[in-house]
Design a protein around this ligand. Sequence first.
Ligand SMILES: NC(=O)c1ccc[n+]([C@@H]2O[C@H](COP(=O)([O-])OP(=O)(O)OC[C@H]3O[C@@H](n4cnc5c(N)ncnc54)[C@H](OP(=O)(O)O)[C@@H]3O)[C@@H](O)[C@H]2O)c1
Length: 155
Amino acid sequence: MAGFNVRSVLVTGANRGIGLGLVKQFLGKSNPPEWVFATCRDPEAERVQELKTLASRHPNLAIVALATRVEEHLKGSGLNLLINNAGVVKLSTLESETPENMSLVYTTNVTGPLLVSQAPLTVDMSVRGILNVLPTLSKKENGAFVSWEGKVLPW
Ligand SMILES: NC(=O)c1ccc[n+]([C@@H]2O[C@H](COP(=O)([O-])OP(=O)(O)OC[C@H]3O[C@@H](n4cnc5c(N)ncnc54)[C@H](OP(=O)(O)O)[C@@H]3O)[C@@H](O)[C@H]2O)c1
């Protein structure tokens, strides 16, 4: 991660596994992010203990239960990196697969990350982004759906 520098990063499912491993790596960098947001679904659970111990040693690590809390910390400067790590794997065969399983995996691995990705965007950030994008537009974007960051979104 030598050349990897971000000011703020949010990792979902950060209490164990890959999520916890990523948080440890970010905090251990020689130039760590100013803010590392670690989310978990049950902050009181025993399996969150290791993350809590890390947070007690690193003031730039915040364990957050709600996305809105992230905005309070960042004070409108925006989140640089979102790692949608939380997820489940339910190994099954075509014969053993159940509607409940399929629904759980879809809700956790598809709906969840999509909702988390709706990270709070302030009116100010939105307006500044739009004003930056407007002068870059030309005829070729005619009819296109362009985001506040200037990305052409397929529709
Ligand atoms: N490890 C692999 O080889 C591998 C391979 C391919 C893909 N992946 C994907 O990589 C990600 C991390 O893998 P991992 O091995 O670190 O998994 P893991 O050890 O099982 O950890 C999963 C994390 O996701 C959280 N989580 C699960 N369901 C959730 C829900 N409904 N809402 C909120 N949080 C939820 C868990 O929280 P709790 O502690 O509360 O359960 C935990 O923090 C997963 O998305 C996994 O599917 C892993």
